[in-house]
Design a protein around this ligand. Sequence first.
Ligand SMILES: Cc1cc2nc3c(=O)[nH]c(=O)nc-3n(C[C@H](O)[C@H](O)[C@H](O)COP(=O)(O)OP(=O)(O)OC[C@H]3O[C@@H](n4cnc5c(N)ncnc54)[C@H](O)[C@@H]3O)c2cc1C
Length: 321
Amino acid sequence: MSILVFVEGADNEIKKSSKEAISYAAETAKLTGGGDVIAVVFGTHDEGALASLGSHGADKVIHVAEESLNQNHISAFGDALTSLAESHVAAMIIMVKSAFSDNVGARVAGKIGAAIISNVVSLPEVSGDFTVKKSIFTGKAFATVKVPGDKKVLIIKKNTVDLKDDGASASVEKISAPVEVKFTENITGRDKAEGGILLDEAEIVVSGGRGLKGPENWGIIEDLAEALGAATGCSKPVSDMGWRPHHEHVGQTGVKVSPNLYIAIGISGAIQHLAGVNSSKVLVAINNDPEAPFFKAADYGIVGDAFEVVPRLTEKVKSLK
Ligand SMILES: Cc1cc2nc3c(=O)[nH]c(=O)nc-3n(C[C@H](O)[C@H](O)[C@H](O)COP(=O)(O)OP(=O)(O)OC[C@H]3O[C@@H](n4cnc5c(N)ncnc54)[C@H](O)[C@@H]3O)c2cc1C
C-alpha cells in the first residue's frame, strides 16, 4: 500500500504547501505502519528539483511529464491521478487545500470510492478508528471526523505539519500520462497578478486596513513587507475603495491565508476579516484603538499610530538583518 501526494507547482516551481503535504504523508506513513510516499507531479519540471522532494519525505516521485499538463485541468489531473492511485494500490491520496485541489480530490474520491475529508488540520489519530481534525465554519471551529474504509483522500490545510527537510533525495520516474488526458477547455493565456510573493503561499503577510487613511500611505506597508520578505494584503473596504487591487483582499470573501506571521495594521478585526487569517501561526495587530477587536485574536499587539509605529518597526527589521 502506498500514499500518493498530489503536488502542485507552476512555472517550474513546486509550491511550498505541496512540500508540506509530502511531509504530512511521510508522518502519516510512520503512524500507519509504512507504505511508500509517492509524490505525483504534472507538467514540465526540472528533474533535480523533483529529486529534492525526497528531502521533504517522498520515497519516489512520479513525473507525468506531459507539456499539455502545464495547464491546470480538473478532469485531466483527476483522471491521471485516479489511474496512478489504482496502479499503485494507494490507500491514501494527500493534497494541500486549494480551490483546484478540492475539485481534483473530489473527482478522484468519486472514481475510486474513497472517503474525502477537506480542511484537515491534524495528523491522523490511528490508535483506534482513523480520525482527523478538520477546520469548519471558515476556521471558527473544529470537527473530529472518523474516516472509515480502506481508501481516503485527505486535503490538508497549510501549516498543518512542519516542513521536513533532511537533505534526502527521491528517485524520479518520468512517465507519459497513464490515461488519455481529455481537455474540455484550454487555457490560452495567463496574466499573473503583480507583486513578487503570492499572498496565499506567503510565509509572512503585512496587511493594511482603513486605518491607513488612503492609498497614498501604502508605502509604509510596502516598506515593512519588503524588509520582511512578505506579501501585502488588505481588508475588504480597502480593495472595494480601489486603494489596493482585489487580489490582495483577505478574509471570508477574499483570500484565506495561513502564513507563519500575519501583521494587521489599521484593521479593526471584524469577524469576516479574521475568518481569512485565523489559521496563521502568529497574529500581530497594530492599531491606535486599544479596544479594537483584533487585539482579542492577536498573539501580540501594539497600541499606537501606524504612521509612527510601522516605519520604526521597518527600521528595526532592517537593522537586525
Ligand atoms: C458579508 C460580508 C463579508 C465580508 N467579508 C470581508 C472580508 O473578506 N474581509 C474583510 O476585511 N472584511 C470583510 N467584510 C467587512 C468587515 O465586516 C469590516 O467592515 C472590514 O473588515 C473593516 O475593514 P477595516 O478594519 O480596514 O476598517 P475599519 O473597520 O474602519 O477599521 C479601521 C481600523 O483602523 C484603526 N486605525 C485608524 N487610524 C489608525 C492609525 N492611525 N493607526 C493605527 N490604527 C488606526 C481603527 O482603530 C480601526 O480599528 C465583510 C462584511 C460582510 C457584511
